[in-house]
Write a protein of this length. Structure first.
Length: 248
């Protein structure tokens, strides 16, 4: 009785594209993490989405991020506080409510804006845009994509990712990062403009974390593209197999 031929199970080996995906998913992961920890300690005060300074120029500066804020007082000392209330919209109304009692001089002589000329000046009920849960989910998806890519590289051939889960996770992180970019731009850039128009004794400006979320989106998108290279192409799959192996 003839012996049955042993079926060879093809295995995908990591390519150079996997290293590129690991690198860019790591970049996106770090940038979102920096946004989450920004302005929670004096050392991270420079990582912020918005900054308020007094006019005329003085040392009083307020740095605001997703989960807290830091205040550099007129004595040059920086104090930070964790407070998720800074993520409430509308941003200009939230900031006025938080700091008007402590630094009323910043909010004196408020200018009444015509709602017909400035639609953003119309009163809106405060609400939470749920930025923090989206950022945590983005961090988890990006970290999982990076970890799977690392495991596939370090533990090949014992560990395989034949369903390209690393690529789909990276693209999920990219979609969430894009939502964070849109929400942060709407929340902080519009809020900064309103504060500058209404309060003549303070100067508001955007911070570097808005740029970091945009770079994180680009990094996750590139990681997803490189991770998924060959996912829908039979020829690419055959080229990624070890020598002497053919798909059955």
């Amino acid at each position: 009785m003839p012996e049955k031929k042993r079926r060879i199970v093809p295995q995908m080996r990591p390519s150079r594209r996997n290293y590129i995906g690991v690198f860019f998913s790591f970049i996106g992961f770090i940038f979102i993490l920096l946004c989450l920890v920004g302005s929670r300690t004096p050392g991270s005060a420079k990582l912020h989405f918005a900054k308020l300074t007094e006019r005329p120029a003085g040392t009083l500066t307020i740095y605001i991020c997703w989960q807290g804020y830091c205040v550099t007082d007129r004595a040059g000392e920086t104090h930070c506080k964790t407070d998720d209330g800074v993520m409430m919209m509308p941003f200009d109304t939230t900031i006025t409510g938080l700091f008007n009692g402590t630094y009323p001089e910043l909010f004196q002589d408020a200018v009444e804006l015509d709602p017909d000329l400035y639609p953003g000046a119309q009163p809106n009920p405060p609400h939470n845009p749920k930025v923090y849960p989206a950022a945590v989910m983005c961090l988890l998806c990006g970290g999982a994509a990076m970890t799977i890519g690392l495991f596939w590289t370090a533990l090949y051939p014992r560990f395989q990712d034949k369903y390209y889960s690393r690529g789909f996770l990276a693209w999920a992180a990219a979609i969430l990062a894009l939502l964070l970019v849109a929400q942060s731009s709407l929340m902080y850039e519009n809020g900064v403009d309103e504060l500058n128009l209404v309060y003549p004794h303070l100067e508001a400006e955007g911070g570097p974390c808005i740029v970091l979320t945009g770079v994180a989106f680009a990094a996750f998108a590139i990681a997803g593209y490189t991770y998924l290279h060959g996912c829908f192409s039979k020829e690419e799959d055959e080229g990624a197999l070890g020598e002497g192996y053919n798909p059955l």
